[in-house]
Design a protein around this ligand. Sequence first.
Ligand code: T1G
Length: 655
Amino acid sequence: MSALRFSDTISAALADGVLVVTIDNAPVNALSADVRAGLMAALNHAEKDGAVAGVVLTGAGSTFIGGADIKEFGKPPVEPLLPDVISRLEAFAKPIAAAINGAALGGGLEVALACHRRHAAPSAKLGLPEVKLGIVPGAGGTQRLPRLTGIAAAIDLIASGRMIPAAEALKLGIVDSLSSGAPVTDAVADIKATDISALRRTGLLPVPSEAADTIDKAAADALRKARGQRAPSEAVRLVHLTATSSLSEGLAEERRTFVELRDSEEAAALRHVFFAERSAGKVEGLEAVAPRKIETVGIVGTGLMGSGIAVSALNGGYRIIGVEQNAEAAEKGRERIIGLLDKAVQSGRLDAAGREDRVDRLAVTADMQQLTQADIVIEAVFDDLTVKTDLFQRLDTIVRAETILATNTSYLDPDVIAAATAWPERVVGLHFFSPAHIMRLLEVVNCKQTAPDVLASALALAKRLGKLPIVSGVTEGFIGNSIFSAYRREAEYMLEDGASPQEIDAALEAFGFPMGPFAVFDMAGLEIAWARRKRQAATRDPSERYVVIPDRLCEAGRFGQKTGRGWYAYPDGKKTIDPDVAAMIDAARAEKGIVPKKFTAEEIVARLLKAMTDEGNALLSRGIAARASDIDLVMINGYGFPSSKGGPMFAAGRR
Ligand code: T1G
């Protein structure tokens, strides 16, 4: 087979009269300018060479094509543009087949859709995830996919941006076959057997007819899930166009919409989040450090947090040894963990075999000696310093020397916990967010004495748990709660200065938070912060402004939703404004001689954003957070900051 090279990333070989073109653009074969130019050159060659009966496109490595090159966004476009390459593919006079060897996403799937045939490896994933970047497919996805799947299925896939396995793509008519061997082999055979005169050009296929209410339901579901984000609703509109417009009209409208969205602030924010997630958990100098082998995870305490951590670890394929204080508590803990697995089965997230496999890997016992088998022990016991240090000192006498000890503390100082043990270098913080089997965010706390390979092991564990690991240095509240405390403090200051709880909440909800701060405090319970404020009272800086209003609420037994009253009243569970709270706020202002001021929603957002970014900048300058984008990810994934705004640091212009 003669090897040909058309660009740095595009090579080809003639196999049995078929030109097999390979895209090799590590790490994900993104459709960079070099890939696009190489593909055009390969097509020019295939067109002229009489020995070429047809073309097969495939990707090098484990990805077919991971999409357009997101790194090119925001830069001047370079010819040939992807839509031009795709139109050329579809109109090609000789048959072209896609051999989908791995993920075909975004522009990658759009390239495959423009080919005349598609053969996928069973392990391949396919999807049009553009809406997750605040854009819509910009190279024919909204116009060609419906011609294979019908409008309703196309709306669901494009508006959700979800990836589907090759088997589902086969069922939907997106691919023509699942390859038992190499997709390239099937694709070459298919090309040789193709009747040139009957080439199927996706864009020229009629849109399959389907019941109007099927389409309407798909559209309604998609818009509901979009929660006001613009890209999904534009995607729905563009897919609908296929029912009434020609391919060229639809492609033109799709391109116009794509360019407009691509240049939007929301798309820039979501691209920031995309790249932020890929740099999270990277610690300079740690790349060369080998993590310790972890297969068995010990979890002391199988309450709310411990059981969630256990399910997360079971999902990661680990063996779990849960430990409780006595046999009865152990049985309760086991039931709690299995109950969570049963919920996953009921919701269709887990099948029966997966449940059985997890139960087989689970043991919950009152015998702490079992932890000699553990490679890491995570404590999820009551957040009290004596309880935790006693436990770690006891574990020192039980676990093996290379076993890692991880504390899940939210507010205690893990350096103090580590210092109480015989080998502080094996202690690390793993601050899970509740519910631990659902929340992706995991703060990995790098204590003063944590050994590099222990930190590397914690990050490897986090990745296998499917978590988003953010490394934090040691400070009270680590990254997330430090910033949330600053946010809460500023909200209380604004309350005292003249804004009402409902005005502050409304402003933040209009900005994109699912709930404003006061509604969040009522949901979480006011007594937790109250207990902390009372603990800190003796050491509080008397010169620091202190707002007594939350204490007044707690002294009146108003702890939030659970007591039916907090910042709001909850008659029959419905949140309502409570005039008693307004009176308490007025009284507190009067005691300080504060004349209440009016604030606009913009002023409220700006002031709370500044409080978060001031704290964020302080954490960066102290080395608690490694990068501004880590802070953005913590606030988006742990505290409801809208990803469409990119996080507090991005929203405030700190990239
Ligand atoms: N462009 C540029 N770089 C990309 C990229 C892309 N599309 N996808 C990934 N990377 C980088 C990533 O930043 C990281 O870099 C490395 O590749 C590994 O990524 C016209 C306009 C393909 C499933 O949204 O979902 O097509 O940190 O850690 O876990 O309509 O990457 O190593 O320097 O995620 O194996 C649509 C995005 C684009 C797919 C592989 N496509 N990528 O996962 O690796 S818009 C997407 C992914 C578009 C068209 C529109 C995943 C993956 P670094 P990774 P992975």
